[in-house]
Design a binder for this molecule. Structure first.
Ligand code: CDP
Ligand code: MG
Length: 142
């Protein structure tokens, strides 16, 4: 398995409900390393750009409003097969369909307010990591 990096976000509902530590515990417990981290509140235009791929979908406007509604914590996770493994730890987009034990099944309120974002492919991961972090902000392995 290749060592990969992926972009993860604790979304505004997760920050609001004090779930940052619980989410990090799950990443670290699964052996993924946090190699960069940052808290910020997205502007409307940043949220629009981040979710550009969904522009035109019926949920896009609400998604942009929700993602810019409060602070988020963005992190880069590193590990073997990190992109797919993070998606497994997150669970399905709709918490009702997510496997028990996943972040979304256990912690999410709705299909929109679903606690976490995770990159879905190597190409997306490169784009999304660069959206939040410059190369010098990614910590080299000890
Ligand atoms: O986040 P994920 O990659 O699992 O799902 P997505 O299909 O890329 O959708 C991005 C985000 O849009 C989701 O995580 C939800 O917050 C939101 N969404 C929504 O509100 N309603 C939907 N029917 C689908 C997605
Ligand atoms: Mg997605």
């Amino acid at each position: 398995m290749p060592v990969e990096r992926t972009l993860s976000i604790v979304k505004p509902d997760g920050v609001r409900r004090n779930q940052i530590g619980e989410v990090y515990r799950r990443f670290e417990g699964a052996g993924l390393r946090i190699v960069a981290a940052r808290m910020l509140q997205l502007t409307t235009s940043q949220a629009e750009l981040f979710y550009e791929v969904h522009r035109g979908r019926p949920f896009y406007g609400d998604l942009v409003r929700y993602m810019s509604s409060g602070p988020v914590v963005a992190q880069v996770l590193e590990g073997e097969d990190a992109i797919a493994r993070n998606r497994q730890i997150m669970g399905a987009t709709d918490p009702k369909k997510a496997v028990p034990g996943t972040i979304r099944a256990d912690l999410a309120e709705s299909i929109e307010a679903n606690v976490v974002h995770g990159s879905d492919s190597p190409e997306t991961a490169v784009r999304e990591i660069a959206f939040f972090f410059s190369t010098t902000e990614l910590c080299p392995r000890a």
